[in-house]
Design a binder for this molecule. Structure first.
Ligand code: RUQ
Ligand code: CUA
Ligand code: CA
Length: 647
């Protein structure tokens, strides 16, 4: 068996399969799925039949006991995952794969009352008529705040591709506290916090969030230039991590996709698959090379400070020009476009801080970009941006995302091959320099099926521990009991601690997660009980539990303490605008109460010592039992009060 063959004889670098994918081949993919091995999952084919079909057999089941999390024991990692077009974020335990929490973000969630309570509606944003501005979202990438190159557990950020927003999640409560909409952006896809300040070395923590824009649009998008796509543009945005305000934007040539940031704070980058500015997919894949665009953060901020900016439409955010023409001189350039083959997807920072790896997607390659050389280009000392690419190994078909183990190995998802490939970064660099004997591909493992993101435990930090790799698969097909036309997705955990990858287990993921991070459990410090004083509208005592009327506005101030609300009934008149503020006075951990009003679309919870409020028009006369929806006490069913709407 040659160095590049796996144990099942599948050659990981079979040159005959290592061609760029052309338009015709992609058309096949879009249709029957017959091209390029997609049948491996396209047909509903039991995994066991794969060998018979000439495909690699699934890895032998691992010794499960070693990874079990027995009853009563806790997981050692949090997996903080996006939820795709569900608009939410989820938390799984690792290695168990147990779902621990679903965090409503851009969606509406009656379980907690997200999008229903006044407080959550203020975070999501409303229109002048009081309607939510948006009640849909599409989350793809979750990343945490950094301190000294690793997570500090303070905040997590997630993108909304659908409505171009960034949400911040508090690390102590795993609840959203801010959402910002990006001006003049469509398809906000990649997001990444910075890891230190590019200029002030004493700021060794996250102070900025970067956001890429995938879809190019007229600027401003107000009806102009509809049929002049050459005038469309994409903006790269920088938000303040604390205030969540957009600090500046940078207009670029081509589009953006994923975002990565360097550990020294100097560079951010985004892979670009549509440097063609194509409108249709065949246009977007017409060039053999696209790019990874680098942003020189210190220079951009100096340009902003010097007022070398414009604004677009109604937005007040300063915009700098990062297009090629304006940045031809490396010594003053704000941006550097490193050519990458073809329609790249995914850009990931290696934990040693040296490289970004950009996957080819339609090219079977991963490009290793040396950040020191990118900085050299910005200093005017590198002949051309492409010289910053120091390796470009053939890794397999459809490479998308790469994780790292901290031992010099990279793990890339191969969407078309339905495999994870483990490869050596140093060997790839040696091979690129001409060492024909360099052993680049170290191992492959089948996953089920069509992996998108893959990520390692603590792999996006300077503390990767090389223990686990999670493969987020886009198709599960035959892996779970069938439940009708919509299949759940599969997440597969792989032990990467040894030379060979070991598939440990599958867990389900409700459609459709994209990226996630695996965070060591000791980093996360959550609190279980709020403080009444955190809520300016808290109902602090029995005396404060009152009904106030002001014209047709009625404010009912309630408390909950198992097994009762502080008032047994509250009378209002038909047509009143009613606000109910509810403070939970229970201090016992896990003692949450709910509050539902029949026929009024009111449903929310209050956690211990928390206050929330709702406002509605009492337009239906009658008796409405406001009841506790969250099991809290032996008298939970009896925990109810009457809302009496007088006709
Ligand atoms: S993307 S499958 Cu939304 Cu992160 Cu790469
Ligand atoms: Cu209070 Cu159930
Ligand atoms: Ca392209």
């Amino acid at each position: 068996m040659s160095g590049n063959e796996t144990k099942d004889g599948y050659s990981a670098i079979d040159p005959s399969r290592r061609k760029f994918l052309g338009t015709t081949a992609m058309a096949g993919l879009a249709g029957t799925g017959a091209a390029l091995g997609l049948t491996a999952c396209g047909a509903s084919q039991p995994a066991g039949d794969k060998a018979a079909a000439g495909l690699a057999p699934a890895a032998a089941p691992a010794e499960h006991g070693a990874y079990d999390v027995p009853p009563g024991k806790l997981d050692s990692y949090y997996i903080i995952s996006s939820g795709g077009h569900s608009g939410e974020v989820r938390i799984y335990g690792c290695p168990s794969g147990r779902t621990i929490k679903r965090i409503p973000v851009f969606n509406i969630d009656p379980m907690v009352g997200w999008g229903i309570t006044n407080e959550s509606r203020a975070i999501i944003g409303t229109r002048p008529d009081g309607q939510l501005k948006y009640w849909t979202g599409d989350t793809h990438h979750v990343h945490g705040s950094y301190k000294d190159g690793t997570y500090d557990g303070k905040h997590f950020w997630v993108n909304d591709k659908l409505n171009a927003r960034v949400a911040r999640i508090r690390g102590d409560t795993f609840e959203v506290d801010k959402i910002t909409e990006l001006p003049n952006v469509q398809g906000h896809h990649g997001i990444f916090p910075d890891k230190r300040d590019p200029v002030d070395a004493s700021v060794n923590h996250t102070t900025r969030i970067f956001a890429g824009a995938e879809f190019h649009i007229p600027l401003p998008n107000d009806g102009r230039d509809e049929n002049s796509p050459d005038k469309y543009g994409c903006l790269f945005s920088c938000l303040d991590a604390e205030s969540m305000e957009v600090r500046w934007q940078c207009r670029i040539d081509g589009n953006m996709d994923l975002v990565a940031t360097s550990y020294d704070g100097k560079l951010a980058a985004s892979n670009q698959y549509n440097t063609e500015n194509g409108i249709h997919y065949e246009d977007m894949m017409s060039a053999e090379q696209d790019a990874c665009v680098f942003f020189n953060i210190a220079r951009i901020e100096a340009a902003v400070a010097a007022g070398k900016t414009t604004t677009i439409g109604d937005s007040k955010v300063p915009v700098v020009d990062g297009r090629k023409e304006a940045n031809a001189d490396p010594k003053t350039a704000l941006t550097c476009y490193v050519p990458i083959p073809k329609n790249p997807h995914g850009v990931n920072a290696s934990p040693d801080g040296k490289y970004f790896v950009c996957s080819g997607k339609l090219s079977p390659t991963c490009s290793v970009i040396d950040l020191a050389l990118v900085n050299k280009w910005f200093d005017g000392e590198l002949a051309k941006p492409r010289d910053a690419v120091i390796a470009e190994p053939n890794v397999g078909l459809g490479p998308l995302h790469t994780g790292f183990d901290g031992r010099g190995n990279a793990y890339t998802t191969l969407f078309l091959d339905s495999k994870i490939v483990k490869w050596s970064v140093d060997a790839a660099i040696a091979q690129f320099k001409g060492d024909a004997k360099a052993k680049v591909i170290l191992d492959t493992v089948d996953v089920h099926y069509q992996p998108g993101h893959g990520y390692t435990s603590m792999g996006e930090t300077k503390e990767p521990d090389g223990k686990f790799y999670n493969s987020g698969n886009k198709f599960s097909k035959d892996r779970f009991l069938p439940v009708g036309p919509l299949h759940v997705e599969t997440e597969q955990l792989i032990d990467i601690s040894g030379d060979k990858m070991k598939l440990i287990h599958d867990h389900t993921a409700y459609p459709e997660p994209h990226d996630a991070i695996i965070v060591r459990a000791d980093i996360i410090k959550t609190r279980q009980i709020y403080d009444l004083n955190e809520f300016p509208n808290a109902v602090k005592s029995k005396e404060e539990s009152t009904i106030e009327r002001n014209g047709n506005k009625v404010h009912i101030r309630l408390m909950s303490q198992a097994p009762a609300y502080s008032m047994r009934e509250f009378n209002v008149k038909k047509g009143d605008i009613v606000t109910i503020t509810l403070t939970n006075h229970d201090k016992v951990e896990d003692l949450t109460h709910g509050f539902g009003i029949p026929k009024y679309n009111i449903n929310f919870i209050v956690n211990p010592q928390e206050t929330k409020s709702v406002t509605f028009v009492a337009d239906k006369p009658g008796i409405f039992w406001c009841y506790c929806t969250h099991f809290c006490h032996a008298l939970h069913l009896e925990m109810r009060s009457r809302l009496i709407v007088e006709g």
